[in-house]
Design a protein. Structure first.
Length: 255
């Protein structure tokens, strides 16, 4: 699908992978709706990007805000692209110090944001795209989700995060099969270790250690590399129902 003159909705678009994706899609000629909980950062980014960008306050766990974001994307033009970048994660073992079990509330929070939030954006975007005419390439839209290498190589303390990301990977193929009749493609990217705000507070020495885990190139991923893969997925109509690892051949050790 051609990116130019399309409208894209990017959840978690105010920072990190989402912001890089918004910038790259806009540079390719799309108009972008930035959905995020961070209203200050999101509005500032939309102002910076100009008339081809809009910000919508969106909490992916609250379906009414996702509905509003999808409506904004439809209002903005030819809504054909949705990218799920909203996500959270923190370390907590299944059983911690003094044999204290994993907190159920924090586990639920990660699942709600990462998995249920992705489902909200996926399902509502697909329903909106299904109402559109077929594009010149014979499709109605494309949705890109974000999993993680933790879906496959979960480390110690990543119980909730790995569960949420594995579920995102797991719903990719059935979603693509479900939406085949509507002409909507579904793909997932599983990033490795990327230089995003999630890692921004780590000491440089820790970042260096993480970089050395990557076989080649031995460095952290650049968010724009994720964004460029999103664009490649959008433009390649035969990519559908698959999870692509973007990790420099990284396979995470237990800890």
């Amino acid at each position: 699908m051609e990116i130019g003159n399309r409208v894209a909705l990017v959840s978690g678009g105010a920072s990190g992978l989402g912001q890089a994706t918004a910038r790259r899609l806009l540079a390719a000629g799309a108009r972008v709706v930035i959905g995020d909980r961070d209203q200050v950062r999101g509005a500032a980014l939309a102002d910076e990007l100009g008339a081809s960008a809009r910000f919508v306050a969106m909490d992916v766990t609250k379906i009414e805000t996702v509905q509003a974001a999808v409506a904004a994307a439809l209002d903005f033009g030819d809504f054909r692209i949705a990218v799920n970048c909203a996500g959270v994660g923190w370390a907590q073992r299944t059983v911690g110090k003094n044999n204290v079990p994993h907190d159920a509330a924090s586990f639920r929070t990660v699942i709600e944001i990462n998995l249920i939030g992705s489902f909200h954006v996926l399902s509502l975007s697909a329903a909106a795209m299904a109402e559109l005419d077929l594009s010149s390439e014979g499709e109605r839209g494309v949705i890109v989700n974000t999993a993680s290498v933790a879906a496959f190589d979960g480390q110690i303390g990543q119980l909730a995060y790995s569960a949420s990301k594995a579920a995102i990977a797991g719903m990719t193929l059935p979603a693509a099969r479900d939406l085949a009749r509507q002409g909507v493609r579904v793909m997932t990217i599983a990033p490795g270790i990327f230089d995003t705000p999630l890692l921004g507070q780590l000491p440089d020495s820790v970042k260096q250690t993480l970089s050395e885990l990557v076989p080649f190139p031995a460095r952290l991923g650049n968010p724009d590399e994720y964004a460029r893969l999103v664009c490649a997925i959008v433009e390649n109509t035969y990519l559908n129902g698959e999870v692509i690892r973007l990790d420099g051949a990284l396979r995470m050790p237990p800890k």
